[in-house]
Design a protein around this ligand. Structure first.
Ligand SMILES: [Zn+2]
Length: 216
């Protein structure tokens, strides 16, 4: 296997070449990640392949566009309450536009969300902890994807677990869930005293809670 790059209509594509002794013809495919994949005979030259791609440029661009459309279908990107169109590019990393977010086709969104959440959740936890009107132990923070809960509080180990999905929502929801879980450090139940404590630390909590439709 060997690698080349080719410029088609001002976009650079990877050309992956697989040379086989037994292959007589040259085949061109476009992979899901928009790499151009060429299978050919062992003796086929790079020059021949480049010429072949250029001769079939419009057909290959058509294949690329079909792949792009598939990738773009109903794809949105949510970050801190803002919805962006997710656009795939043959460019490394992630770039934010006004209404769009551009990522490479092999970009690991979950990993990126996790890294962002580790920063944002810790800052908000510290903020809500510092303004908390009752004395509570400082909790450790854990972040993971959860199916049915926005947050969990382990009262014994003082560990607050927050749902990674909160990174997609407006920060007020994150702050409410943090206050909710911090209040559990004082009340392990959902008694009136517990809700009074939540209310003392988060004025609008009834509205926010309703919007979140949360399972505690
Ligand atoms: Zn609860």
């Amino acid at each position: 296997m060997s690698d080349m790059k080719i410029d088609l209509d001002n976009e650079i594509y990877n050309v992956i070449i697989e040379r086989k002794r037994t292959t007589k013809n040259t085949y061109i495919r476009v992979k899901e990640n928009l790499d151009i994949y060429v299978t050919c005979n062992k003796l086929t030259s790079d020059r021949f392949i480049i010429n072949l791609i250029n001769d079939n440029k419009s057909r290959i661009l058509k294949m690329i566009n079909i792949r792009k459309k598939k990738l773009a279908k109903d794809e949105y990107f949510y970050y801190l309450g803002k919805k962006y169109d997710l656009v795939y590019l043959n460019k490394k990393g992630i770039t934010f536009g006004e209404e769009k977010v551009f990522v490479s086709t092999d970009f690991n969104l979950d990993k990126w969300y996790k890294k962002e959440a580790e920063k944002v959740f810790q800052i908000e936890l510290d903020k809500m902890y510092n303004s908390f009107v009752y004395k509570i132990p400082y909790p450790s923070l854990c972040i993971r994807k959860m199916k049915t809960r926005w947050g969990v509080c382990n009262v014994k180990t003082h560990k607050v677990t927050l749902n990674l999905e909160l990174i997609k929502k407006d920060i007020k929801y994150l702050d409410y869930v943090i206050v909710h879980e911090l209040s559990h450090l004082l009340y392990a139940n959902h008694s009136k005293a517990f809700w009074d404590c939540v209310g003392d630390n988060f004025k609008d909590y009834k509205k926010i809670r309703k919007e979140l439709k949360q399972d505690e």
